[in-house]
Design a protein around this ligand. Sequence first.
Ligand code: ADE
Length: 234
Amino acid sequence: MTKPWRASVFSLMPDMFPGPLGLSLSGDGLSRGLWLLDVHDIRDHGIGKHRNVDDSPAGGGPGMVIRADVLAAALDANIANDGRTRLLMSPRGKPLQQARVRELARGEGAIIVCARFEGVDERVIAARGLEEVSIGDYVLSGGEIAAMVLIDACVRLIPGVMGKEASGTEESHENGLLEYPHYTRPREWEGLSIPDVLLSGDHAKIARWRREEAGRITRERRPDMADKPGKNAL
Ligand code: ADE
């Protein structure tokens, strides 16, 4: 049997894990052994009596920077010769997209470093081959929540975690489009009804309506996605 997908997280706030990953679909998958999580406290490799992990930035300026030697020691003690992708959650990283999530989910897992403070000494990023990943153009107070977002997006694609739905090509971002609108009972609610076509029983017509609505919503909300020739069904 192949080994389950494994996330190894390096953090200064290890108690934040598993957090929401321990609940619902990801949590069920975790307890069923469909994926594994191990969390390492970077401070265990801190310097001196106070286990210092950071220092002031070379060249001056505000904030503190995580030391290269400390982070390297944490990584080397736990993941030497590990072939998994090594990620550093950072607002400076390449924006995470569903295509990268799919690639990561298909692999053996990921090693994920969560930064705090101003960031991480640049030298350890290069020396340990960390790929910087951002979950969006805003700044969080640390990489932990970003890591949870990435792990959640990956583990729901692992066979058995969510059943067939997750691989459905109709989901937002799976086909380069946002998803069409959904409705359910009651048929009338606050004077609003379900579009007639969805009650028509005509599956070809319903499929066409959904394609058109997905296109309309994508053009309206995400012109950047709509303008990608060959990347969507428009
Ligand atoms: N750490 C702080 N902000 C972040 C972001 N937007 N993405 C990933 N990691 C982060």
